[in-house]
Design a protein around this ligand. Structure first.
Ligand code: PLP
Length: 326
């Protein structure tokens, strides 16, 4: 019995970014983008690979309801809602705060609603309390006769991370001799899985400020994924793009969003993939990535979150060019 659910068509495309490479001073053709924003479910993104494993396991365990947590603009929550819709399962999303605290944003919440998910607003604002609230929600569901299955924050269990061992294998088969794979580091499962396929030396994680000790989180997951001891100190993790904190627009990220969109017609998001690109740009500037090296940027998606991020929306609309220019 295969425990994996099928939620997309694989492989995702690998495309060159010659104009962005030139803008950054890298040799043309040596900068590539792995389009995991184009996974074919619910608006796409990196969470789909992890959900194939976790939701597959939920189905095999006889579950009928998926429960997960995250911020109100969580891409993982939105894609869990989409996976539930695709597979005929109910979905309950456990979010911090109240409906009012999220009213300003739209983005992913619009899609959660379209996919038919229910939201449990916990009232709690401490993200680390969300797991316990999710357990309470599962207990309530069980009492009402449902068969719930809890998927951890970001889908980042050792099981979910297997999706990115597969993602890393895809990268290797699409492009030989890759020197760097640059990826946003949130809940850590994506980077951990990539390490399982590519090793510690080639994977550069750019922390987004979602967890307190990112390298330790990735090391623990990677140890379980690889079956050998992976230490935090052996990982390449950049901490320089967190800025004022998770969820807050950081100036180099706005620059990365503009540069990538204007050079390649590719949209990044202000929380994750934009931070990863800002980290890639900083790595080129400080020599961690050299112009003769082959670099893959893993596009992890997040476009709906852009529309749920008030600061970025306002900044972009205010900067819209006019013709004739005044
Ligand atoms: C969740 C997410 C990430 C981070 O992936 P993790 O496996 O949680 O580290 C990166 N980019 C986007 C768009 C995401 O939604």
């Amino acid at each position: 019995m295969s425990a994996k659910a099928s939620l997309s068509t694989w492989p995702t495309p690998m495309e060159p970014m010659p104009r962005l490479a030139a803008a950054l001073g890298l040799n043309g053709g040596e900068l590539w983008v792995k389009r995991d924003d184009l996974t074919g479910l619910g608006g796409g993104g990196n969470k789909v690979r992890k959900l194939e494993w976790t939701v597959g396991h939920a189905l095999a365990a006889g579950a009928d309801t998926l429960v997960t947590t995250g911020a109100a603009q969580s891409n993982h929550a939105r894609l869990t809602a989409a996976a539930g819709a695709r597979l005929g399962m109910n979905v309950v999303l456990v979010f911090p705060g109240t409906p009012d605290s999220a009213a300003a944003g739209s983005g992913n919440l619009v899609l959660d609603s379209l996919f038919g998910a229910s939201v449990h607003w916990s009232g709690e604002t401490d993200p680390s309390a969300m797991g316990a609230v999710a357990e309470d929600v599962c207990e309530q569901l069980r009492r009402s006769g449902a068969r719930p299955y809890a998927i951890p924050f970001g889908g980042s269990s050792p099981l979910g991370a297997r999706g990115y061992v597969e993602g890393g294998d895809e990268i290797r088969s699409q492009l030989p001799a890759v020197d760097h794979v640059v990826v946003a580091l949130g809940s850590g499962g994506t980077m951990a899985g990539l390490i399982g396929a590519l090793g510690e030396e080639r994977v550069l994680g750019v922390d987004c400020g979602a967890v307190a000790e990112p390298a330790e989180v990735v090391a623990a997951l990677a140890t379980e994924v690889t079956g050998r001891s992976v230490t935090a100190s052996s990982l390449r993790v950049r901490l320089d793009q967190v800025g004022p904190g998770y969820g807050v627009l950081h100036e180099p990220v706005m620059e990365a969003l503009n540069a990538t969109a204007r050079a390649e017609g590719i949209v990044l998001d202000p929380i994750y993939s934009g931070r990863a690109m800002a980290g890639l740009m900083a790595a080129v500037r400080d020599g961690e990535i050299r112009p003769d090296q082959r670099t893959v940027f893993l596009h992890t998606g997040g476009l709906p979150g852009l529309f749920g991020h008030t600061q970025t929306v306002r900044r972009s609309v205010a900067a819209l060019g006019s013709f004739p220019s005044s």
